[in-house]
Design a protein around this ligand. Sequence first.
Ligand code: SIN
Length: 342
Amino acid sequence: MPQRQLPMIALLATGGTIAGISTSGGGYLPGVRPAEELLDAAPEIASLARLRVRKIAAIGSEHMTDAIWLRLAAAVNAELADRSISGIVILHGTDTMEETACFLDLAFLPGKPVVLTGAMLPPDRPGADGPANIRSAIRVAAGARAQRRGVLVVMNGLVHRARDVIKADTAGLNAFHSPFPASIGRLAGKGPVPSWVDFPRPFRNGLRLAGISSLPRVEIVYGHAGERRDLIDAAVRAGAAGLVHAGVGAGMIHRDARPALSEAIAAGVVVVRASRVWRGAVAESAADEDRDLASGLVPAGGLNPQKARVLLQLGLIGTKKPHRIRDFFRAYTAGIGHGGAG
Ligand code: SIN
């Protein structure tokens, strides 16, 4: 009887610690090892899938750029269109993984699994997590359960939605966390993914990248005690089409910074009100002191500032109208940021 062929997974490498090399000073250089070398450390992958490897970049993800995002999106698009490919795994540095995942989640509604993974330790350190993470990501990408789920992040045995996941620890192997709703799947043993919660069909967006060669400039301004207006003014002067204000608490903004945001809005800059707090949502404000600003501010819902920035960038491709951008935020963030521990 002919043997069933293993699924073909496209492995797109962008760099990160998962491809790092330790240096004599105790540090390491991210993104240096070729993906093929990483696969040698996890030989059991050969029984899960056939792989087609493609290098997109070789960077530490702190150096991620819009240009690399667009190159990655073009590669994902090509792999999605290729009938021989069952799923896509993207190797990525962990520092901006949540942003890249969110960018791809907003840019595509893939029928095939698209899964990002990385590592907190370079492959030559004891206890390196890269081989297990690649193996888990390939298991998820090769399985039917991950189809039509939007873009996923698999780290440390958990499956997260791109929309919900954050990096919540600078160093621990369990750095990735979905505050609310919680991660959607857990990997254990060698069999098919054993526990996986269902969730509503992902956001079908109107955000399209076709024909785009650059993304609108959007800056984040961080709120704090003693905040002033100068950085907001500087961002507008530098040509930002959008601003995300990472306010305190539920997105509150210092009185000394507010006039700058009002003027930015009057000048046509779209301003999103987010929060620097890691869990919970920013809603439309009913506060008296917000009367001057509130109608011009787009609430980020449960998206953190860095993901709100991505959604604003993509939203601004099609419109500069705050009410339309507000609709994108409402649709994408429905159901995040409320509830208890996750
Ligand atoms: C990076 O984000 O590229 C470096 C850190 C990591 O991958 O953990």
